[in-house]
Each structure stands twice: as structure tokens, then as C-alpha cells.
Design a binder for this molecule. Structure first.
Ligand code: FAD
Length: 288
């Protein structure tokens, strides 16, 4: 099924994200994890793509496992920063051969000291999107940043570039994580003003590890609202309490989004089916 049809059907959709293992030896164990997440029956499951690392080799196999073994729609991420066009076409062929029709097309972070763009490579996600469109009949999504992409000089410029991305064939956008829903509502308002009308999937990160989140937020420029900071300060050294508070915070964010008409939510499950399961349980009546 194409994800755009799921996003357009006006019902609340909750999807989940996985990142591939690093080694062959972890693949069998990982299949059990895919099964556990699939058992929650999310609207779809996405699988990330490493920028050049070995784990990128597993993305297609895991998307196959999600969709063809566990019967949940798969969304395969694909980054282009470290791949030339031949490599990308090889991955597209592998996806097509396995019936994976949904791709989240990304540039990826530019690795320090590496040539960019590569000869016969890509500069922006929009160029990758054009390539995917010319290759076959895929449903293509892209990334967006409610607090602006760190490389963008201004939010306005970032939104102008998003418009280019949509015009090149991006059918939906998934957001970077955010912890203050008002930031998303302001962003969506600006998108509408700029004529960016594709569905926006809100990315929600249940924070269960305080140290990790402080590092991720400082790298990505994600704001930590005072209410959220207070939770981290109080529970950072009590992992069980931090986990419970993180799940409650994410649940509350999702309920507020749903109440305000944001129907498509993507949970950054960080390969933790128990956390995804608790959030789904908390929303059981709301998802019905
Ligand atoms: P782009 O859309 O190319 O944008 C990057 C920057 O270039 C922005 O500042 C933008 O404003 C600017 N820009 C875009 N187009 C143009 C243009 N035509 N001219 C001038 N400037 C332009 N990384 C991974 O390695 N693997 C993953 O699986 C992965 N999944 C992600 C999923 C989501 C939902 C998100 C939000 C991010 C994900 N990332 C992933 C991280 C992402 O690769 C980085 O944030 C990367 O730095 C930007 O990728 P992009 O696709 O947004 O790039």
C-alpha cells in the first residue's frame, strides 16, 4: 500500500521507526524485534538508512521482512550523500524487486572531510527524489524541520527549499522530533502560507534516556521546553522513572496533536517495542 493513501484517509495513524543492526550476527535477533513492533499493527514501519555504513546494506532486507513476512507496510529510508547514481539505482532496483513502494528520500548528513557532492552524485534530497521518480512508481516522502534544518540560514529559506522538494515529487513530509507542539503548529501554519500542502507526519520521540537526548538535541537544535527539562532534571538518574515519564510525555504530545487535527504521527521507537507498545496501549481508544 502506498503511504500517501494511509495519510490521506483522515483517520489517526501511528507509525513506528526502526534502525538496522550493525552486524550480520545481529540480524536473526533483529527479526524478532521487527515481529514485536509489527504485532502492534502500526500504520507502517520505517527503517532508517545509514549514510554509507554497513547497516545501509540491511535496510532493504529489513523493509522486506516488515512488509513481506510481517505484512505491515514498509517505508525504506534512502540517503544519497555518500552514494553515486549507480549505487542508488541498485538500491532502487532491490526495493522494486521486493515490492517496496514507499521511500523516505534524504540527503543524509555530510561526513566531515569527505568529498561532497560525489562525482555523479547528488547535492540535495530533491535531486534524489527526481531520480526515484524517473526510476519507477514509488510513493516518496522527505524530511522537514519544525525548528529549521541546522544548515539553513533562516526558517524562511528552509521552507523555500522544502517547496522545491515538494515540487520535485515529494508527496509527504516527516518531521524531525520536537517537544513543544506549538512549534509544530507554527511550522504547519508557515508551510500552508508558503503553499506547501502535502501531509505532514509529526515525529515524536519518547525520551527514556536523558543523557542521549541532551546530546541529540544540541546537535539538531531541538528546543527542550521548561516542562520537559524539569522532567529530565528530576528523573535523569532514575532510569525506570525516566522511562515512565518519557512515555507519558510522548503520549500527551500525541493526544494534543490528535485533538488539534494532526492525524499522522510517527513514533521514533528506537528499536524498543515495549516503549512503542505502552504508547499504543495508552492510545487504544483514541486510535480506534
Ligand atoms: P535536504 O532536503 O537536501 O536539505 C538539507 C539542507 O539543504 C537544508 O538546510 C535545506 O534547506 C537545504 N536545501 C535543500 N534543497 C536545497 C536546494 N535545492 N538548494 C539549496 N539548499 C537546499 N539520516 C540518515 O543518515 N539516515 C536516515 O535514515 C535518516 N532519516 C531521517 C528521517 C527524518 C524524518 C529526518 C527529519 C531526518 C533523517 N535523517 C536521516 C537525517 C537527515 O539525513 C539530515 O538531517 C540531513 O542533514 C538533511 O537531510 P534532508 O533530506 O533533509 O536534506
Amino acid at each position: 500500500m502506498k503511504i500517501i493513501d494511509i495519510l490521506n484517509n483522515k483517520k489517526l495513524s501511528i507509525s513506528c521507526e526502526l534502525f538496522p543492526p550493525k552486524r550480520d550476527s545481529q540480524l536473526e535477533e533483529f527479526k524478532a524485534l521487527v515481529k514485536d513492533i509489527a504485532a502492534l499493527r502500526p500504520a507502517f514501519i520505517s527503517v532508517t538508512y545509514g549514510a554509507g555504513g554497513t547497516e545501509s546494506d540491511y535496510t532493504v532486507d529489513i523493509a522486506d521482512e516488515i512488509q513481506n513476512i510481517n505484512k505491515v507496510t514498509a517505508l525504506a529510508h534512502l540517503t544519497c550523500v555518500t552514494s553515486d547514481r549507480d549505487r542508488i539505482r541498485t538500491v532502487l532496483k532491490a526495493l522494486k524487486d521486493r515490492g517496496i513502494v514507499n521511500i523516505l528520500a534524504l540527503r543524509g548528513d555530510i561526513p566531515e572531510g569527505s568529498p561532497f557532492p560525489l562525482p555523479n552524485g547528488y547535492r540535495h534530497a530533491s535531486e534524489l527524489i527526481e531520480e526515484i521518480r524517473s526510476y519507477g512508481d514509488f510513493c516518496i516522502g522527505g524530511a522537514c524541520y519544525p525548528e529549521s534544518h541546522p544548515e539553513s540560514p533562516t526558517m524562511q529559506k528552509d521552507i523555500e527549499m522544502l517547496k522545491v522538494k515538494v515540487e520535485s515529487g515529494c508527496q509527504f513530509l516527516t518531521t524531525q522530533m520536537f517537544f513543544d507542539n506549538n512549534i509544530l503548529y507554527n511550522f504547519m501554519f508557515k508551510l500552508l502560507g508558503a503553499g506547501v500542502n502535502v501531509p505532514v507526519v509529526a515525529g515524536i520521540m519518547p525520551v527514556t534516556n536523558a543523557k542521549q537526548i541532551k546530546r541529540i538535541c544540541s546537535l539538531s537544535g531541538t528546543a527542550l521546553p521548561p516542562r520537559f527539562k524539569a522532567i529530565i532534571d528530576r528523573f535523569a538518574n532514575n532510569p525506570a522513572a525516566m522511562k515512565q515519564a518519557g512515555i507519558a510525555y510522548a503520549t500527551e504530545q500525541i493526544i494534543d496533536l490528535a485533538a488539534n487535527g494532526v492525524n499522522n504521527i510517527h513514533v521514533y521507537t528506537m528499536n524498543k517495542p515495549d516503549i512503542a507498545g505502552k504508547i499504543m496501549d495508552n492510545l487504544s481508544e483514541i486510535i480506534k
